[in-house]
Design a protein around this ligand. Sequence first.
Ligand code: 9UX
Length: 72
Amino acid sequence: DIIRENYKVSGMTCASCAHSLESNLKSLNGIVQVSVNFPNQSIAIDYDESIVSIETIQQSAKDIGYDILIGE
Ligand code: 9UX
């Protein structure tokens, strides 16, 4: 199923960071839509949980320097 989840993100210090993160996550298999809200320091992710896990998404963000805050 495709689900939508919202998380806070740390590490975004400029609007270009938000674009970088969005582009990075959109390249993953199983991602349907990504919307980063820079002023709110948050992200909405639509993804197919049978294809990609939130842990994989989180790791991909971490690899380029951003932390998706899960469980906060
Ligand atoms: Mo601009 Mo955001 O270099 O890291 S992309 S601060």
